[in-house]
Design a protein around this ligand. Structure first.
Ligand SMILES: Cc1cc2nc3c(=O)[nH]c(=O)nc-3n(C[C@H](O)[C@H](O)[C@H](O)COP(=O)(O)OP(=O)(O)OC[C@H]3O[C@@H](n4cnc5c(N)ncnc54)[C@H](O)[C@@H]3O)c2cc1C
Length: 555
């Protein structure tokens, strides 16, 4: 039977950073449903935040992050993120990260939304690409065993602890038990629960769903980030770096409408604020074909080609617009999962032996709204910490005997999926969930709309047992993977929908015209959604406030 001291699910930045942090005397395994460099982290564009300038401080980074989170972020976790960020950036630099430089030769930093200082380090507008390839080199160097194109279906829990996983080898179709002393979940976000998203098609939130099914609650799932600038009709991200470098937003009347919504920060207010403003402009008839316009022309060709070459290319290829000559049509789009598997600052989840880091985790450093550039930093700081703390836990421990119960259960689950002939099509149900989420749990949410959305999701869930697969083969049966992902997506959609319908306030990305204000008295608390035999149960837990008392949020 396969076994490891530390087993990491996910080979994005969080998973690879964790693997590299495991000391060499421990045996580390990394599983990924795609080749590591195809993980969504590779698509990150604009940059990574750290207070490395002498005129900047981690305290100021912390303040911006707490304010950005609309006071739902846990301040102990945010403090660790901001304090550790400069040293972690230097570690990446020493590993060989090719950060863009300023004229003096120091690591260049650009403006990003919600930041009081130009704090975002970057590699042109391809930061994720550079960092993923850097960490992949490190992963190869540390000789971790990489299970590439293996799909994890379930966690194994015995004697109240996580002691391994069941994984499907996509090459052979075999379902295998992999035991481990400690498991780290680093499976990324759930953007693809929605129909259109900036996220890769693989971002189906599997890890969150696996933890949920294993009895771990999911935290703050109602907080979904809508990024202000996604390319018209495609969901493709146009980095915040475009506004950070000086881009303007205009409505159909040629007005720089952010002057009304955020008189000080303008286009560089936090993402929830800018997305709501755009949505309002479009709703009130000042949009352009369902979009607003992002204007970069005044930056000039040289700056666009140096700082934003990928944006130039994406706009031309997918919208037929050359940003040097014309404004880019953009619209808010689903981008990031603030919620996830709850962890403490040592990346421990409520299930002993299970750790989590990166977008699938909720530490919670982003609270109700994440600041651009903080997700990549979280993958690095908390990925490293997950590797360190999981190693400490695994060191000296013995492997738990596994009973085989979970393997039998998962074999039966797959056999059932394979047995239905001429059943419902997976794609139809995926689309139904994605559309329901977009229509009922979008930027502005009312009770009536959300309740109607929950009813729709219930009806879709009832149809899922009828799905039928056309591919009954073993080798690379991606239809089977789609079916398993669908089962995860419906679980996650429900946690997001019910958490949202119950939270009667507006905070960060969760915005309700029927409850327009933040309500600290009743709602300054984290939502915890549990899966139980009788359906979903919600509990709540306090937010950790250490240094920065709640205040009104204005930009
Ligand atoms: C287009 C785009 C641009 C972005 N730009 C920025 C930016 O400039 N700055 C910033 O701070 N943030 C940015 N973000 C957010 C940031 O990139 C992500 O939050 C972060 O990279 C997530 O990293 P991760 O390691 O947690 O997950 P991912 O990189 O998503 O990796 C998840 C891994 O889990 C594996 N996996 C998942 N499920 C399974 C399973 N069932 N079995 C086996 N393996 C599995 C996948 O194969 C993959 O290897 C951007 C996001 C997007 C979508």
């Amino acid at each position: 039977m396969l076994s490891h001291d530390v087993l990491i699910i996910g080979a994005g930045l969080a998973g690879m950073r964790a693997a590299v942090a495991v000391p060499s005397h421990l045996n580390v395994g990394v599983i990924s449903k795609v080749h590591p460099v195809r993980s969504h982290s590779v698509a990150a564009e604009g940059g990574i935040n750290a207070a490395i300038n002498d005129a900047d401080t981690w305290e100021s980074h912390m303040y911006d992050t707490v304010k950005g989170s609309d006071w739902l972020g846990d301040q102990d976790a945010i403090e660790i993120l901001c304090k550790s960020a400069p040293e972690d950036i230097m570690t990446l630099e020493r590993m060989g990260a090719l950060f863009s430089r300023d004229p003096e030769g120091r690591i260049a930093q650009r403006n990003f939304g919600g930041l009081g200082f130009p704090r975002t380090c970057y590699v042109s507008d391809r930061t994720g690409h550079a960092l993923v390839h850097l960490l992949y080199e490190q992963l190869v160097k540390c000789e971790a065993k990489v299970y590439e194109e293996w799909y994890v279906t379930s966690l194994i829990v015995e004697e109240g602890q996580c002691c391994g996983v069941i994984a499907l080898n996509l090459f052979t179709g075999e379902l295998t038990t992999i035991r481990a002393k400690a498991v780290i979940m680093a499976t990324g976000g759930y953007g693809r629960v929605y129909l259109t998203s900036t996220n890769g098609l693989i971002n189906t939130g599997d890890g969150m769903a696996m933890a949920y099914r294993a009895g771990v609650p999911l935290q703050d799932m109602e907080f979904v980030q809508f990024h202000p600038t996604t390319l018209k009709s495609t969901g493709i991200l146009i980095t915040e770096g475009a506004r950070g470098e000086g881009g303007y937003l205009f409505n159909s009347r040629g007005e720089r409408f952010m002057r009304v919504y955020a008189p000080n920060a303008l286009e560089l207010a936090s993402r929830d604020v800018v997305s709501r403003a755009e949505y309002q402009e479009i709703l009130e008839g000042r949009g352009v074909d369902g979009c607003v316009m992002l204007d970069l022309r005044h930056l000039g060709k040289e700056k666009i080609m140096e700082k934003l070459p990928q944006i130039w290319e994406l706009s031309i290829t997918y919208a037929g617009v050359d940003p040097i000559e014309a404004p880019i049509p953009v619209t808010p789009g689903v981008h990031y999962s603030m919620g996830g598997i709850p962890t403490n600052v040592n990346c421990e989840t409520p299930l002993p032996g299970l750790y989590a880091a990166g977008e699938c985790a909720c530490a919670s450093v982003h609270g109700a709204n994440r600041l651009g550039g903080n997700a990549l930093m979280e993958t690095i700081v908390y990925g490293r910490r997950a590797g360190e703390f999981a190693s400490e836990y695994a060191d000296g421990k013995t492997l738990v005997q596994v009973s085989g119960r979970t393997l039998i259960h998962e074999k039966a689950r797959i056999a059932t999926l394979m047995s239905v002939k001429n059943g419902e099509k997976i794609g139809v149900l995926r689309e139904a969930i994605g559309t329901t989420m977009a229509e009922h749990f979008g930027i502005l949410r009312t009770q009536e709309r959300m309740d109607a959305g929950i009813e729709k999701l219930k009806k879709i869930r009832a149809r899922i047992p009828n799905i039928g697969l056309q591919d009954h083969g073993k080798v690379f049966n991606l239809e089977l993977v789609d079916a398993l992902q669908l089962q995860s997506i419906i679980d996650l959609a429900e946690t997001m929908a019910i958490g949202a319908a119950v939270r009667k306030e507006s905070r960060g990305a969760h915005s309700r015209p029927d409850f327009p204000d933040r309500n600290d008295k009743d709602w300054m608390k984290h939502t915890l959604a549990y899966q139980t035999a009788s359906g979903l149960r919600l509990e709540y837990k306090d937010v950790t406030i250490t240094k920065i008392p709640p205040a009104e949020r204005k930009y």
